[in-house]
Design a binder for this molecule. Structure first.
Ligand code: ZN
Length: 144
């Protein structure tokens, strides 16, 4: 991977609080976002032109990455579903937002704007969930 100066995503793992880093893999990074429990961003570690151009290694890990993260969020008992939102339209890293949905929450795409979730910040719970998710990865913490 190559860090490109001035790119926020390239430096995301370096600037994130260690407690918010879920995965620092070779081709994918995952961080807990904005102190919102169950809100994660998964991103390619290098620049690409969107999900259709990600390296083969990133593609091979994408399904297991989503499954591990989603299963981990469900295993916390806080969520009944996990939404995956693709955010690669205007960035040079393919990146996704995973968002746990609690019982009674409206689906992300039905009457519950994503940004409304920012009103429910809980740093301690968000980091506790990130900690649990780290355990779902290999002992090295680098591969799903
Ligand atoms: Zn970058």
């Amino acid at each position: 991977m190559t860090a490109h100066p001035g790119c926020k995503i390239c430096t995301m793992l370096d600037v994130a609080a260690p407690a918010d880093v879920v995965l620092a893999g070779d081709v994918w990074g995952v961080v807990a976002m904005q102190d919102v429990p169950g809100m994660l961003m998964a991103f390619t570690r290098d620049h690409d032109g969107g999900v259709g151009t990600i390296p083969d290694a990133a593609a091979a890990e994408l399904g297991p990455l989503f499954k591990t993260l989603s299963a981990g969020l469900l295993a916390t008992g806080d969520f009944e579903k996990v939404s995956v939102i693709y955010l690669g339209d205007n960035a040079i890293h393919t990146h996704f937002m995973l968002l746990g949905r609690k019982p009674g929450d409206a689906p992300v795409f039905d009457n519950a704007p994503l940004l409304a979730r920012f009103a429910n910040k809980d740093r301690d719970r968000a980091r506790a969930i990130a900690d649990q998710l780290r355990d779902a990865f290999s002992p090295s913490g680098t591969h799903p």
